[in-house]
Design a protein around this ligand. Structure first.
Ligand code: RFL
Ligand code: PHB
Length: 395
């Protein structure tokens, strides 16, 4: 099979799917190439919190009907430390801003349904992908699809294939600069069909380690526990999970915590990572392919969405005059925003987690900072302003 398109998008996670929807509206023909099956992509339980800017793009695309029907609007969240909960009132601290709790799986599903209804070209379960000509006049992509060769010629390639993808690795080492911080712990996540312990999220700093109480709906909870980086998941029965979680909560939450069988359980490593630049020749990286944040600030998916917004603008401008300045500007704009989110996610991670078993001094410093954070309006405003998402216009 052979196809010629303006843009080949590699990866059908939220970045690739959203870029596809934006290019479709801009009249730019494209193809989407994914290694996994649609069912596999939908089974990955990841992000849960959408910034207003993310909701705005889905609104503009006309893809937010289910989001507004089923998503939960959150006007604040709790910080729990020294055994007490303190509310961060996002709405009051940011002049009316809020976030929406709506799972990444649901966003992905809405984008997939839109693609299917428009008959846009998508190749799932593609194997043996290779990409040539990124530094030449035309790109050639070869792969195997349903047992037969697939060849695609494209003007530009969008590398939306996540942290473990192929695209970033195609940029020569002499060009690519990477920055990385790997944390000595991961998050053990459990999804369960039980009523959430609170109407809002609770971020927990406890001497026993970080915990997060989140949700997907009023009947489905998502909880996380800080665990050592090399933890063996088979050591975590549901009973052990609920008992350790309960031990990190305040007495009232521990009493009200509803437990039940897990429907998903996984461990995610925590990492901060940035690759610069995000453009090389005819390749443009977006989302986790270019950067990773630890999930503490709920920024990963939102950052992928803002990258793709800038990318759709850059591609639209490039197809008008073929001027490379649009592509370079894409990388510069994204990286400004990326580093702001990296800073916030690193800071919030450092504030909330236990770094070593004997670090009593650090624990006291964290508690002093948290106490300052909830007492000082300036400090809590800074937290709230970052949590709801910094303005796109700043980049
Ligand atoms: P994805 O979602 O990893 O999608 C990349 C896709 O590319 C495919 N792929 C390939 N396809 C073709 N050929 C190849 N050679 C390929 N190699 C890979 C993969 O199969 C995949 O389908 O990246 P994308 O689209 O950039 O989206 C990024 C987000 O998924 C990620 O940033 C968030 O999930 C991060 N994140 C959170 N973000 C938030 O904004 N708010 C949150 O509350 C939040 N919570 C989280 C999170 C991530 C977590 N984990 C597990 C990492 C909570 C967790 C636990
Ligand atoms: C989630 O619900 O998965 C979630 C919520 C907030 C975060 C990270 C993950 O900061």
């Amino acid at each position: 099979m052979h196809q010629r398109v303006q843009v080949a998008i590699i990866g059908a996670g939220p970045s690739g799917l959203l870029l596809g929807a934006l290019l479709d509206r801009a009249g730019i023909d494209h193809v989407l190439i994914e290694r996994q099956s649609p069912e596999y992509v939908l089974s990955r339980i990841r992000a849960g919190v959408l910034e207003q800017g993310t909701v705005d793009v889905l609104d503009q695309l006309g893809l937010s009907i289910r989001l507004h029907r089923e998503g939960l609007v959150h006007h604040g969240f709790d910080l729990l430390f020294e055994g007490k909960r303190h509310r961060i009132d996002l709405q009051a601290l940011t002049r009316g801003k809020q976030v929406v709790v709506y799972g990444q799986t649901e966003v992905t599903k809405d984008l997939m349904d839109d693609r299917a209804s428009k008959g846009l070209s998508s190749y799932y379960e593609v194997e043996g992908l290779s990409i040539q000509g990124l530094d030449a006049d035309q790109v050639e992509i070869n792969a195997i699809y349903q047992g037969a060769p697939l060849r695609i010629h494209a003007d530009l390639v969008a590398g939306c294939d996540g942290f473990h993808g192929l695209c970033r690795k195609l940029i020569p080492e002499s060009v690519l600069r990477t920055y990385e911080k790997v944390y000595p712990f991961g998050w053990l996540g459990v999804l369960a069909d039980v009523k959430p312990v609170s109407d809002e999220l609770i971020y927990v700093n406890s001497p026993k380690g970080f915990a997060l109480c989140s949700m997907r709906s009023t009947t489905r909870s998502r909880y996380y526990l800080q665990v050592p980086a090399n933890e063996d998941i088979t050591a975590w029965s549901d009973d052990r999970f609920w008992s350790v979680l309960s031990d990190r909560l305040d007495p009232q939450a521990a009493k009200e915590l509803m437990t039940g069988p897990s429907i998903e359980k996984s461990i995610a490593p925590l990492r901060s990572f940035v690759a610069e630049p995000m453009r090389w020749g005819r390749l443009l990286l977006a989302g986790d392919a270019a950067h990773i944040v630890p999930p503490t600030g709920a920024k990963g998916l939102n950052l992928a969405v803002s990258d793709v917004r800038y990318l759709a603008e850059a591609l639209t401008a490039w197809f008008k005059d073929h001027h490379d300045k649009h592509l370079d500007r894409y990388s510069q704009r994204c990286l400004k925003r990326v580093w702001r989110a990296e800073r916030f996610s690193w800071w919030f991670t450092s504030l909330m987690h236990r770094f070593a078993d004997d670090a009593d001094f650090e624990q006291k410093i964290q508690e002093a900072e948290l106490d300052y954070l909830v007492r000082s309006q300036a400090a809590s405003s800074a937290l709230a302003e970052n949590y709801v998402g910094l303005p796109m216009e700043w980049s």
